[in-house]
Design a protein around this ligand. Structure first.
Ligand code: GLV
Ligand code: MG
Length: 348
């Protein structure tokens, strides 16, 4: 298990608590493409530099009969597209392999690692149920990397999309030093939980609370069918759980897919909720969602300006000051430092 000292500087008595590391490289939008789709694959070279992560998807949304074509397409892209992936470059190169209960996953790994293992940054593993799934991937990757002479270990990202996976979230995060992060997989998770929804991520108009009824002069509630209702976030619990587990283990949480491509406003709301709760990025299923994710997962100019003011006003970071009528103290400085560090990292 990864220990906290791998991520945090040692605590000095009286010093502010250390910050969790921000992503080593920005990963605000993880843009999915089907590497077996010639039209999509042809666009990849031009997308390098326009998005933080390009992910060649081999799992769901790729038809069973196209699995090999997709895998071969991914290898071709990895071998031919300049500036994609590896440790520097403007755009990371990820893949989502098939799930461990599928007939394709072993071929995915044994093909991809020797062919493009040096180029790939992160392997996303779907439907992870527990630490044993990560151990399995970890051991196979170690063997394949050793055989191919690859010295940079591939990182592993788990999709949280089964009830069992959610229940085992802590051990999944801690299962290997390769663990880079977790994504919420709302579509599969909804099915696995027997939720009564039929969509890919986002809210639902039926999941709401209703304002209290008005009361008459005798203080008796009066029935009013038109009372204001507030739609609730179906994913709040899981995202919060994911953020805590990731923070504890020093890895990164992400919102997953938002399927209603045309509803850019709701997509932005969902991504923003995730950002505010601590996520560092989200999936993009269409170029329009890259723009949304880049905007949402970058702190706003006003927030960064305010954060810098608080840090400056707090001097050595201890004690308390009043700023614009609000109390600021050690804890608000720490929040402000998270904001400024992210802004600086994105600007670098
Ligand atoms: C993603 O894979 C999901 O199931 O939502
Ligand atoms: Mg899924």
């Amino acid at each position: 298990m990864r220990s906290a000292k791998d991520f945090f500087a040692p605590l000095a008595v009286g010093a502010p608590a250390p910050l969790r590391e921000i992503p080593a490289r920005p990963s605000r939008a993880i843009h999915f493409f089907d590497p077996g789709n010639e039209k999509m694959a042809a666009k990849v070279p031009d997308m390098v530099g326009t998005v933080d992560v390009l992910l060649g998807n081999l799992e769901d949304a790729v038809k069973a009969e196209n699995k090999e074509i997709a895998r071969e397409g991914l290898v071709k892209i990895g071998q031919s597209v300049a500036n994609l992936g590896s440790t520097s470059g403007p755009t990371q190169f990820w893949t989502r392999i098939n799930s461990l209960d599928s007939p394709w996953v072993l071929d995915d790994l044994t093909t991809l690692v020797p062919a493009i293992g040096e180029k790939l940054d992160v392997i996303m593993v779907p439907k992870v149920q527990g630490a044993e799934d990560i151990h399995y991937i970890d051991r196979i990757l170690a063997q394949l990397e050793a055989k191919a002479g690859i010295t940079k270990p591939l990182q592993v990202h788990a999709i949280l999309e089964t009830a069992r996976g959610v229940a085992n979230i802590e051990e999944i995060c801690a299962a290997s030093p390769r663990m880079q992060g977790l994504s919420l997989g709302p579509a599969d998770l909804a099915a696995d939980r027997r939720m009564k929804t039929t969509r890919v991520g986002g809210g639902h108009p039926g999941y709401l609370v209703r304002q209290d009824p008005p009361r008459n002069e005798l203080d008796v509630p009066v029935y009013d069918a038109d009372r204001t209702t507030y739609q609730q976030d179906l994913w709040h619990y899981t995202i919060a759980r994911m953020v805590d587990a990731c923070a504890m283990h020093g890895i990164y949480p992400y919102y997953g897919p938002f399927g209603d491509i045309k509803d850019e406003v709701a997509c932005e709301d969902q991504f923003r909720n995730a950002f505010l709760l601590g996520c560092v990025g989200a999936w993009s299923l269409h170029p329009v969602q890259i723009k949304i994710a880049n905007r949402v997962f970058s702190p706003s100019v006003e927030d960064v300006k305010h954060a810098r003011r608080v840090i400056a006003a707090m001097g050595d970071g201890t004690g308390a000051v009043m700023l614009d009528g609000k109390m600021e103290d050690d804890a608000s400085v720490k929040q402000c430092k998270v904001m400024v560090a992210l802004a600086e990292q994105l600007a670098a």
